[in-house]
Design a protein around this ligand. Sequence first.
Ligand SMILES: [Fe+2]
Ligand SMILES: [Fe+2]
Length: 409
Amino acid sequence: MTDTITVQKNLQLLGKYRYVEVQMMELIGSWAYTMVQPEIKIAFGRHMFQDAVHADLVGKRIPELKGRAKQYQLISPSDDFARLIETIWKADDELRRMIGLYRILKPALVNALNEHLKHVELPADEPTAFILRHIADEEHDQVAWAETMIRKLIADSKQGGELEKWQKQLEKQIHDAGGIWGDGKQSGSYLFKKSHPYSELPARDQRWNIMRKVDEFSEKNWSFDTNEGKLHLLHDLLNSEFITVERMGRIISDFPEIPWQMKLDMTRQGWDESRHAEIVQRRLEELGGHVGMYPTSFFGWEQDVNRPDPLERLALSNMTFESESCKHLRDWIAKADKTGDTRSKQLIEFLLADEVNHVLYGIHWIDELTRDDPERRQRVLSYPDKVLDAQHPVGIYFKETINAQKESS
Ligand SMILES: [Fe+2]
Ligand SMILES: [Fe+2]
């Protein structure tokens, strides 16, 4: 192709880029809780948000080019392309997924964007160029990060030949599908739902020592004014940060029908939590701790990610647990300050700033989406109490502190 890309041609292509970004965001969200490598979980939090922002930027450019009809926002390059995504989504080990996403889909997108950029009409279409350049840059960085990880994982695995075959098969599949542009193909309509089996626990590497009974849980009784107390509390928080990356991923993949702005908020929260995991793990290690030094509770996981209403998940985890967590973080900041631990204080202040927003996401979306549905609102808001009542003694502990907080405010 030698001609510059016209307004009409843009409208045929931008919706495809947006479709691919949304699919990749959902793949990441769908997989996060089943991936064992903590570095992958952290990168997933970051990449899921970046992909959401990419889709958002393209989605805003489309109506500027007079593509106001909804059909322009999401264009599947071809049915074969959708089947390729499905094949990758169904891959059941970390390496096959990583290869599918970071060696096939993302590089194909970067190539398509670079090809587009070569033919962009300048300066007339500078706004499109500006967006596509930004996306290509970030995707390129994601691919570079993943390549290092994939090579490391392949070196540790004994299935080099099988993986090569898998990659070849996907390369052929994307080529036959006409790639991201769907060259020579009708745009597709094939849909599949990224469903999940009932989940009791998210995947963790072998360092984590998982509590089997809730009454073993005592981490919240520690105080941030001693080093040992800090280790207990930070270790427990680290686990919660990972859980929240995973929770956000599940909302994104389980509920493709939620409002776009809610997806942006949820992916933003996923990114925040992945940074928190990084920060908290580093501070834990600086203070002499390490992952797996104490047993870890997954209280609330099962009651969250298996709920069919995303708002019940937000009521339980954002409005209840994270709101509770804000109170703890304030206490830790005060104690870190009093004991001269400036480093912890500074870091936790950033964490707290983010957590307050997460509570607000919960309040906002429950309010917004149940405004005309009092029954749903009632069911959603009463869900946390049901869970807390059923769990002794952790639930009782949370309930007591939450009630005390309500009385004092
Ligand atoms: Fe967090
Ligand atoms: Fe949070």
